[in-house]
Write a protein that binds this ligand. Structure first.
Ligand SMILES: Cc1ncc(COP(=O)(O)O)c(C=O)c1O
Length: 399
């Protein structure tokens, strides 16, 4: 299989002018059980292996920023980080918060992740940290890559924000640091939380002394946000609640992350419980993902091969589908948004930092095409047979 890769550094001045882009998606996650947030966990629930080397932070973006601060400290004076050219803009915010300059690597063709085989040979001097992202929960060949990374002394951060990884479940990654998020439309939603796991050290020695800009955690605002989030998962209330500016529900945009909030340890216990419940519902999630995949006419659409594999193994958070061109994707999005069809981020990450579309298409051809032809279909429990039937008709009618 042919892989193409480009690693290009963004010009420093473009980092100063981030483009803010919004897209609103109805939250796909499960409701937050408020009583879980309020009940104090039993003492034995704090022990390993339930929490292992995980540290809790206010969001997945903060968890990633914490990991990057930690990784950057290991690599003085390396001050850049390799990110996939197509991913969630939050990873750029985390890199900038950690004082790292983003460099971008193109995606592997027909897949959702970076071209790992070529990553090391294309490294620029100073880029000693790379973030590998599991888009939609898609699994990648991290173990093999981890061995190569160790040999070349590169620190790998495995961003599993969109997966069912996290405290209480086996880490299952050869990366140095693993990051999860339980915010927004994640499979196991606990609004506004994230966690970081470090291979080398336990959480106290890894993160207790790291030098982050820290902001305090507020139990009241977490509970309020959780209550409003629950309201927003109701289709009729979504329109109103989503307008509340401080909630940022369903938004995808590049925003600055000024400081990192540490969550108290009970949060991890709640997250672990929620995650275990989701893990045990894995078979149902897989069945829903495969039911969605069966709607896709193979002659006009493609599901990236790594996503298809993960769909069959454990199911996905959303099902990525590549259209034959940008017009077809726009047509589907304009007619299918109410059914949960989403373009996700709509553009490549360098474009969020001000790179022109034409330059992005030249530097990152695979990611550029991916960003323009991608639509994602929902796989959460509220997508039953009636929604699937309407999606089937829409996909059949797409030209
Ligand atoms: C791949 C990835 N990393 C990090 C994040 C940030 O997580 P959070 O929304 O909890 O800040 C997201 C958010 O959706 C994401 O998709």
């Amino acid at each position: 299989m042919e892989h193409r890769l480009a690693v290009t550094k963004t010009a420093p001045e473009s980092i100063m002018r981030p483009v803010t882009v919004f897209s609103r998606q109805t939250p796909a996650g499960e409701r937050v059980l408020l009583r879980q947030l309020l009940v104090t966990p039993r003492a034995d629930e704090f022990t390993t292996p339930l929490l292992g080397g995980w540290s809790a932070f206010g969001s997945g973006t903060m968890a990633l920023a914490a990991a990057l601060f930690f990784a950057a400290d290991r690599h003085q004076p390396g001050k850049s980080v390799i990110l996939p050219a197509y991913s969630c803009p939050d990873i750029v915010a985390a890199a900038l918060c950690a004082g790292l300059e983003p460099a971008f690597a193109d995606l592997a063709k027909e897949q959702t992740g970076m071209n790992l085989a070529a990553l090391h040979s294309s490294r620029t001097p100073g880029s000693s940290v790379a973030v590998l992202v599991e888009l939609f929960g898609t699994r990648h060949e991290i173990p093999a890559h981890g061995e190569t990374a160790a040999a070349s002394r590169m620190t790998l951060v495995h961003d599993r924000a969109q997966s069912l990884a996290g405290p209480g479940v086996e880490v299952d990654s050869a990366a140095d640091l693993v990051v999860v998020s339980r915010g927004r439309g994640k499979p196991a939603t606990l609004l506004g939380g994230g966690a970081t796991w470090a291979r080398q050290t336990d959480e106290f020695s890894a993160f207790a002394n790291a030098r982050f800009p820290v902001s305090p955690w507020s139990a009241a605002s977490t509970a309020l946000r959780a209550a409003l989030y629950n309201l927003a998962t109701q289709p009729l209330a979504f329109g109103t609640v989503a307008q509340l500016p401080f909630l940022h529900i369903g938004e995808t945009r590049l925003r600055t992350l000024p400081a990192i909030t540490r969550l108290p340890r009970p949060w991890l216990v709640h997250a672990a419980r929620q995650l275990q419940a989701q893990q045990s519902a894995c078979a149902a999630r897989r069945a829903r993902t495969l039911a969605m995949a069966e709607l896709i006419p193979a002659n006009r659409f493609r599901i990236p091969s790594d996503a298809l594999q993960t769909a069959a193994d454990e199911g996905l958070n959303r099902l990525p589908v590549l259209c034959s061109d940008a017009e077809q994707a726009e047509w589907l999005i304009s007619r299918g948004a109410a059914l949960g069809i989403s373009p996700m981020y709509g553009r490549t990450l360098p474009e969020f930092l001000g790179m022109s579309a034409a330059d992005a298409a030249l530097a990152f051809p695979v990611a550029y095409r991916f960003s323009r032809t991608l639509v994602t279909l929902p796989t959460h429990a509220r997508c039953g047979p009636p929604t699937r039937q309407r999606l089937r008709e829409l996909l059949r009618d797409a030209q």
